[in-house]
Ligand binder design. Structure first.
Ligand code: GLU
Length: 408
């Protein structure tokens, strides 16, 4: 028997469509058909982009300087502004040459793994993880090694768990705080312990800091300041030579559609990533870059108002979710996701249908309650649902009430 040559590459054939984008697209398509679907699917703020940012973009459209190719790694003034932000928020002093501006944080994630991972390298991936990481690790030829932390440990992995997963092939750790999908934030002490462990073992860290400014007051003391998501390179400064920071304007500035992210790291890794980008996509749209410059250097009041709205919505969604018998939703300190443990709802009959996995449960919820949520299978083990609370206050509450009725 002759084996058919495969039509598309094995690497591409092995990856799945982004589950978050898939559920989001399905919800939006149903809404377009007139179905009253309430969507907690994509992590996408419902706010409009701040007006000073939109004004800067409008001016940029009229400025012929922006009509031509610019340096692939980004506009010099934007790279400078990102360096300033990195020092302010991540405690890391970098030169503008250590920044690459990317088409959204997602491209920075892709380029970071592509730059560091060789065939067979193991990448320790705390789970639940954002749906894109394992696919990108595999695309780079790496092997994701999942380390699971459940609701009982606040979705936070320990150094002991990481150490148990370490082998001579371990190249890299993924560290995300606040986490997508759980919203969990590591304490400064936990962050330092994990960073110290990586440093001692010569393990690179890719740290995704896209939610670093979306942090909230502790639930038990609502009047105190928000918790701080300390950057792992601030907690362990010596780690800077083996760490890549990923970030972007999408989440804090309500700019998901502008596609503007970046990566920051040591000179050799950043040079490599910039070389890759020079072949892959060249410069990010100059209009988006000018808009991001305005976002980072302009007034920040709107950003703070959005953060406060997310904090209010967090309190509502967690309180309401936990009223459902069989749902355990820990209070997250950051990002805009509730990650509910729904294992107790599985195997039971709801409206005549039995869901045996969170994938089936999410389908059942969409079918019977017209509510879109992302099943835990997109982020690791079955038995969980992710709900983004970046939607308006009214639909936010109505959707949970539909769930309360469905599971009454
Ligand atoms: N990062 C967001 C989410 O997790 C947007 C969708 C995506 O890029 O995966 O929902």
């Amino acid at each position: 028997m002759t084996s058919e040559p495969s039509r598309i590459s094995r690497r591409i054939a092995a990856i799945a469509e982004s589950a978050t984008l898939k559920v989001d697209a399905k919800a939006k398509a149903l809404q377009a058909q007139g179905r009253p679907v309430i969507s907690y699917a994509a992590g996408e703020p419902d706010f409009v982009t701040p007006s000073n940012v939109v004004d800067a973009a409008s001016a940029a459209v009229l400025d012929p300087r922006n009509y031509r190719y610019t340096p692939a790694a980004g506009l010099p003034e934007l790279r400078e502004a990102i360096a300033v932000k990195t020092l302010r928020d991540s405690g890391l002093a970098v030169d503008a040459s250590q920044v690459v501006v990317t088409n959204g944080g997602k491209q920075a994630v892709y380029q970071a793994f592509a730059t560091l991972v060789d065939d067979g390298d193991e990448v320790i991936l705390p789970s639940p993880y954002w749906t894109t990481y394992p696919e990108v690790i595999k695309l780079a030829g790496g092997v994701p090694v999942e380390v699971f932390a459940g609701a009982d440990q606040g979705y936070l992995v320990t150094v002991e768990q990481l150490e148990a997963a370490r082998t001579p092939k371990t190249k890299l750790l993924v560290f995300v705080s606040p986490s997508n999908p759980t919203g969990a934030v590591y304490s400064p002490e936990q962050t330092a312990a994990i960073g110290q462990w990586a440093l001692e073992h010569g393990i690179w860290v890719i740290t995704d800091e896209i939610y670093q400014n979306l942090v909230y007051s502790p639930a038990d003391s609502p009047d105190s300041p928000p918790v701080k998501a300390v950057s792992i390179v601030e907690a362990v400064p010596d780690l800077a030579n083996q760490a890549i920071l990923v970030n972007g304007v999408a989440k804090s500035y309500a700019m998901t559609g502008w596609r503007l992210g970046w990566m920051v790291g040591p000179a050799d890794a950043i040079k490599g990533a910039a070389n890759l980008q020079s072949h892959l996509s060249s410069n990010v749209s100059n209009i988006s870059q000018r808009a991001a410059l305005a976002a980072l250097t302009g007034p920040q009041e709107t950003v703070e108002l959005m953060r406060q709205a997310f904090q209010r919505r967090r309190n509502v969604i967690i309180e309401e979710l936990n009223k459902i018998d069989g749902v355990v939703a820990p209070m997250p300190d950051g990002a805009f996701y509730a990650y509910a443990d729904v294992r107790a709802l599985l195997g039971r009959s709801w409206g005549g249908v039995i869901a045996t996995s969170s994938l089936e449960l999410a389908d059942l919820i969409l079918e019977q309650a017209e509510v879109a949520v992302v099943p835990g299978e997109a982020f690791g083990p079955s038995g969980y649902l992710r709900l983004s609370y970046a939607l308006g206050d009214e639909p936010l509450l109505e959707g949970i009430q539909r769930l309360q009725q469905l599971f009454a």
